[in-house]
Design a protein around this ligand. Structure first.
Ligand code: 1HN
Length: 361
């Protein structure tokens, strides 16, 4: 119980001691000395613009394929670590990217976790991921979803190495929200419990969806958005369509049941930049990761000039001016990208600006 004497003693100490030292010991800090970090004039992301060269990394993926078994590695993945976000490892503020390689006959064992994940296939064919009992086959340019808490394991029954880009939202789940759970399935692989690739076939058309299927997750029910459908969607766009000023002919992968993003935390897009395309600069509060499906060009991100080539990956942190260019005079470039925009939009934090925009009269 606090006595009258205790209060007197506390009052007299507060009058004489260094109040800054005393309040720190009492678990507080003076706001007036923290305005710079609590209320910066502009966001100060820890992530920096950065590019990972596929040509430089591929030989090491192949070397680990030779030298490290999946029994030892569990997943054979090179994490793409932003130099500004080393521990815990992340690629941008709330997004993670990695390059995973699997060889013929290998199994990556079944598990599930809180983080939403997806894979974008870079090279090889003949592998499948089993997601909650459905085998989903992979070919280059395919986008495969592994939503939050879905069991998943990988198996490669084809020839030659398979490489894909893994994307997860775990920096958001772990670093920002502290809600990451992980569980092993027990058996190394799940049994197949529905026809292969069923969800992709049933749901990808969107306009005529199975009415008897009740979908319980916020994520898209489509297991795979195959490249063949992406190519058809691009073919349907008129040759002289202008597309978006910043990112050319830009298509968004949709959840066919809601019209929203494919995952509640990550939105996926693919853009086609015509030969010689020069995008207008744009600045967004979302962060993004780009993967070069095909082509070469330049991304000016803040004051960094990133020169991209086939299969490279690059990171665009929040609130950096971003400007894209296709340097080829004859070839289209295709860029796959994902962002945390769905999170920002859900919370009212999404903001986009052209550099000469102003909201003041
Ligand atoms: C994961 O579960 C996979 O299932 C790949 O293939 C990469 C990176 C961090 C955490 C979990 C996979 C991952 C991952």
């Amino acid at each position: 119980m606090t006595t009258h004497h205790d209060i007197e003693a506390a009052n007299s100490a507060a009058a004489t001691e260094d109040p800054y030292v005393a309040i720190r010991a009492l678990g507080t800090a003076p706001l007036w000395r923290y305005y710079g970090s609590v209320l910066p004039a502009e966001p100060q992301p820890s992530a920096v613009p950065y590019l990972w060269s596929y040509a430089a990394l591929r030989p090491y993926l192949l070397r680990f394929l030779d030298e490290l078994s999946l029994e030892e590695a569990e997943r054979r993945v090179l994490m793409l670590i932003n130099p500004g976000m080393v521990e815990p490892p992340a690629t941008t503020t709330s997004l993670y990217a990695g390059l995973q390689i699997i060889g013929p006959g290998e199994t990556a064992q079944a598990h599930r976790h809180t983080s939403n994940a997806f894979r974008y296939v870079i090279e090889g064919s003949g592998a499948y991921t089993t997601v909650n009992g459905e085998r989903v086959h992979m070919n280059p340019g395919d986008l495969l979803l592994t939503p939050n808490w879905h069991w998943h394991d990988h198996y490669h029954e084809g020839d030659g190495p398979m490489v894909w880009l893994d994307a997860l939202d775990y920096p958001l789940a772990t670093n920002c929200l502290d809600i990451n759970f992980f569980e092993l399935y027990g058996d190394r692989s799940q049994k197949s419990s529905v026809p292969d690739d069923l969800s992709s076939r049933q749901f990808i058309h969107g306009q005529l969806s199975p009415a008897w299927e009740v979908v319980h997750t916020e994520a898209s029910p489509v297991g795979n958005y195959p490249w063949a459908e992406t190519a058809r969607a691009f073919d349907a766009i008129a040759d002289d369509a202008e597309g978006s000023a910043a990112e050319g002919v830009l298509l968004e992968y949709k959840n066919p049941l809601t019209g929203g993003p494919v995952l509640p935390t990550m939105g996926c897009r693919i853009s086609r930049l015509r030969p010689g395309f020069r995008g207008t600069p744009v600045k967004r509060t979302s962060s993004a990761i780009y993967h070069v499906v095909q082509g070469s060009g330049v991304a000016q991100v803040g004051n960094q000039r990133l020169e991209w080539h086939d299969k490279d990956v690059f990171a665009v942190p929040p609130w950096h001016t971003f400007e894209l260019r296709n340097d080829s005079a004859s070839q289209d470039a295709y860029l796959f990208s994902y962002t945390n925009e769905p999170v920002l939009r859900a919370l009212g934090f999404f903001r986009e600006e052209l550099p000469d925009d102003t909201d003041r009269p």
